[in-house]
Design a protein around this ligand. Structure first.
Ligand SMILES: C[S@@+](CC[C@H](N)C(=O)[O-])C[C@H]1O[C@@H](n2cnc3c(N)ncnc32)[C@H](O)[C@@H]1O
Length: 377
């Protein structure tokens, strides 16, 4: 991780070109690191970084551009020390009071600005002393539906938000209170009160997806859509989608596959995937709640294609070995972390990289999303 940080810092120095950051919080806020680099140069920087990381194993070409601003489908605003916003650059202990965020979608920005004075009335949570009430305000927005969700992550099982909730602006489709009473600083929790809605929808192509407070959904739908279209072109036959979340990839590609089985550890994700399957009337997909490692240990089915979209930590090494034993013809690997992707490729020695592409899922930040098609040697 340290090596990656050093390379990124060196590349940022090389590509920094005096672009004028549009956001008033740039420099202080830890959310964006690249607003003083033109978007063209950000893409060149990421391409060079990927060459350094993956040059020997993948044919790295230009990184596919996205919307440079206003793209995020989820922002987690921390409420602590009398402020609500994002962590200060380089400091976990300090919070920058955010007035507006240029990578957040416009409707979310407007809603956040409207509720900020109301948030200030509520006791926040000191995550260093572990005392207080309101820990996070999470804003989630469907890019193609405009539907907006607000989740209030609180430290005790009580609703102290009545005044705020009464004054919520128009156009907020879902409002939930989530309980997070542990010491871990997390922006999700057990939903214990649904004030409005409970879910929002996003649309990708012809499909609709329901999203619940804790379920994962790709952060930038404008680039997830072309990635999913690529995945659909790569899929053949009986397909297994590992780390399937709310089933978005499984359902998106189902029309190109004989059948799809999605595997996901989060029960809420599996329930939403099942609901999404029904909502889109897809007959040839099914979802299993399981840890990928346990599923692969038990699996005695044959699959032609396996799709992988693991969390940043990548696959468990034992899971890569079991997958090799399952021996699908093709593996489609979507990754948000080039380092763990490279490690996993090393463990999948029986496969060669047939195609590779990178996508700028997270403009203004060092993060990159990649997609690879691996074929059995
Ligand atoms: C990067 S997300 C991908 C979600 C989905 N493919 C999508 O596009 O929306 C990773 C998902 O893997 C799930 N996950 C993490 N570790 C897992 C494990 N060991 N077994 C099964 N699922 C896991 C997470 O809950 C999350 O939904």
């Amino acid at each position: 991780m340290k090596k990656k940080k050093r390379i990124i810092e060196e590349l940022a120095r090389k590509y920094r070109d005096g672009a004028i950051p549009p956001c008033r919080h740039f420099g202080e806020c830890g959310g964006c690191l690249f607003q003083d680099i033109s978007y063209e140069n950000q893409l060149a920087l990421k391409e060079e970084y990927l060459r350094a990381e993956l040059g020997g194993v993948c044919d790295v070409k230009a990184v596919r551009a996205s919307r440079p601003f206003g793209y995020r489908g989820r922002m987690d605003m921390v409420t602590a020390f009398g402020r609500s916003g994002l962590r200060k650059r380089g400091s976990y202990r300090r919070v920058v009071d955010i007035e507006s965020c240029d990578i957040m979608q416009e409707k979310s920005n407007t809603a956040f600005m409207a509720i900020k004075p109301l948030i200030a009335e509520i006791e926040d949570y000191d995550y260093l002393a572990h005392a207080g009430y309101l820990r996070y305000v999470v804003l989630r927005q469907g890019m193609y539906t405009g539907e907006l969700m607000l989740n209030f992550v609180v430290a005790s099982h009580e609703n102290r938000l009545a005044g705020l909730i009464d004054a919520l602006p128009e156009g907020v489709d879902s409002v939930s209170l989530l309980l997070s009473d542990g010491r871990a600083d997390v922006s999700f929790g057990e939903p214990f009160e649904t004030v409005r809605g409970g879910t929002i929808e996003e649309r990708l192509g012809d499909l609709r997806f329901s999203i619940a407070p804790n379920s994962f959904f790709q952060s930038n739908a404008s680039i997830a859509l072309p990635m999913y279209e690529d995945i659909r072109r790569m899929v053949r036959g009986r397909t297994l989608d590992l780390y399937s979340g709310v089933g978005s990839i499984s359902l998106f590609v189902a029309g190109a596959a004989d059948s799809v089985a999605g595997v996901e550890v989060n029960p809420e994700g599996v329930a939403m995937a099942e609901r999404n399957r029904e909502m889109n009337t897809i007959e040839n997909a099914r979802f299993v709640r399981a840890d990928v490692l346990d599923y692969l240990r038990e699996c005695d089915e044959r699959f032609d294609t396996v799709i992988l979209d693991p969390p940043r930590s990548g696959m468990h090494p034992a899971a890569a070995a079991l997958l090799s034993r399952l021996a699908p013809e093709r593996i489609i690997y979507m990754s948000c972390n080039p380092s763990t992707f490279r490690d996993d490729l090393g463990a999948l020695a029986g496969y060669r990289v047939e195609a590779f592409e990178a996508f700028d899922m997270f403009p203004q930040t060092p993060h990159i999303e990649t997609l690879a098609l691996l074929l059995r040697r």
